[in-house]
Unconditional design. Sequence first.
Length: 308
Amino acid sequence: YITRTTTIKGGYVLPGFTDPPDPDANPTTLNAEGQGRVIRINGRGDIAPILQGLHLTNGSIANQGGAIYAYRAQPTISDCVIYSNTATNGGGASFWRSDDARLEGNTVSSNTVSGNGGGLHFWDSDATIVNNMVTDNQVGGISTGAGINVYSSTIQLLHTTLARNRGGAGHGLYVVGGSTVTAANTILVSHTVGINVGGGARPSTATLMFTLWGTGTWANESDWLGGGTLTVGTRNYWGEPHFADPDGGDYHIGPGSAAVNRGINVGVDRDIDGDRRPDWCFYDIGADELVTGFSCHAYLPLVLRSVP
């Protein structure tokens, strides 16, 4: 239960807690064992806690945020694995009236809600989301936003992988209530509806640039729907993402992925694993940059001038 600006960082090993930590080699797991949510952040608009390198699991609550509930705070959540949590809304995390939230390098997977936002849920919040994988989350009944649910919020997504989120109307990304979403370099595949942008009395707006939509087994039934304003005109690609082992939860891209070298420079120079972007000549779409070991070279013509 966090009520101040503080840092909770995992990945250390005794003795000494020597920097830098290694969350992969030394996982730090906060397990609620089904007895409540994992972390609650409760502020008054004036705290900016940091959660880094943590595994957050088995949160269960008939309320908001199975793993993380942030209320009136500006949290930074990075390099975390958020999985197998349940809630009413926001199985992985729920943000209420939280401005300047930042999520970077996280995996949000296999979380379940009875309401909205299987993976992430935003209500009257502002957030920047960079290098995140939101996969295999689920909503119940006729609920919305199996991957990410955005209500009355302003969200920026950069290098996001949204794949195979299910249940309800099967939205990868659901945007309603006068929200504004901008997204660049997004993999958005294997949903009933890739993105829904709501209209009505409070229409929402979404702008997507450099998006990979799936084909074959990774196709969305509908790539986009809704009565709001949706712009998808800048570089759309349809193809196979070639994930490494999706059934085993590994959504890194492999050789031959349609995401490779299809992105744009949005100022993100590392991927979800800390690998350099771009690895080759151009940026990859999604949270992962395929490491090839090749370098990009420009070959200039040789001009000879004969001097008497």
